[in-house]
Design a protein around this ligand. Sequence first.
Ligand code: TRP
Length: 466
Amino acid sequence: MSEGNESTTRRGQWSSRWGFILASAGCAIGLGNIWKFPYITGENGGGLFVLIYLGCIALIGLPIMLAEVLLGRATQKSPVGAYRDFSCKGSPWVIPGWIGVMTGFIILSYYSVVAGWALHYTWLSLQGGFSGMDAEQISSTFGSVFSNGTLNLGWHSAFMLMTVAVVIGGVRSGVERIARILMPLLFVMLLVLLGLAMQSDGFSEAFSFVFSPDASKLTRAGVLEALGHSFFTLSLGMGAMITYGSYLKKKEDIVSAVVVISILDTVIALVACLVLFPIIFSFGMEPKAGPGLVFVSLPIAFSQMAGGAVWATVFFALLVFAALTSAISMLEVVVSTIIDETRIKRTPATLLCGAAIYLFGIPSALSGTDGFAGEGFKKTTAVVFGEDQGKNWFDTFDYLASNWLLPLGGLMIAVFVAYRAGEAARRKGFEEGTRFQNLYVAWLLLLRYLVPIGVVAVLLHALKII
Ligand code: TRP
């Protein structure tokens, strides 16, 4: 089969089980692991938050990921078609499929802006990094990057172009090939940085910050955040794993693949913490720096370190790689749905979706400004979130998508596969290709009871109803 066929007649397919695992690990491992997880761990006081997060991954995230991959592989369709095939034509179950596609659209629009910061910081590091700058200058650099609309727009454009370029290449020669190159690189770079962090004075302090639970530091919102993030980091709740599963051959073992992907994702997130916090603590900085943690605290540390410019370049390039393989997955969901549902070919579909997402991301790129997307939107949303709690465009959509749309999307998938799908098709979808057929009942029980109850409880808790 020539790759050209992929865009015309034949649906793409991974070259092997490892092709799927690497592409999915690329999808899962992203800014969520390296930028977001460390800073929300810092904000939520470490230990206990991490523990709840691990629980969410194992008991809620993993079963849902399996449900998604199963649905994709069994139907060989992206989310909308997958929901349709497993219920019936005209079924309202296509609605969560479409909501998933919309969620991917929204997330990519602001994800690209953060990836743009990573590109900018890679560029700065290459030019000699932050050496010679003091803490004040470095933190004002971040502030001025965020409030510089033109700069953000430029990098947002560059990153979206890169993403589009890969997705146009198709499943095997675009998505899979880039993951095969970037993921091993990312692992190596992270290990090198871990080696560096382990030699620093702050390592043991960082280790106990990340691993010893302290109940006094966790809030109601923190529990929701742990759940929301477990969806975000595993790329669940919007059909990304349905889509990636749909490119899988029927003979592959999805049970073990899903376990490997989740473990890789979790290990990388924990290692990212063990890279960042020792460096942060060694230089006497606060773990609670928020979204600026990797863009402010870390560069400050790098500026004081021997060879700091090199380490900074390695770190920010790693962040770009992680972001790219994830962004690809979000665009792929939208594109693949358009291809399946309308028969538009891959190239025009990718250009169209890429352009639409790019446009929707422009206000995110401008969210640090005084204009409509920034201060203006804060005033508007203060009506919903409360006085002084207003969020700019970027924060509003991040909050909406990762804390609400993803858990709700995940809940829908779980309920759909657990209750609506036929037993025979579901069992076949699970058992095909795996040696772990005896786990079927345990998985179904989790999906039927623990997953829905857990997700609903956390959402009600966040709404202060329980
Ligand atoms: N998991 C990625 C990260 O951690 C982000 C991501 C990629 C994602 N695809 C997704 C999140 C689909 C939700 C849904 O950065």
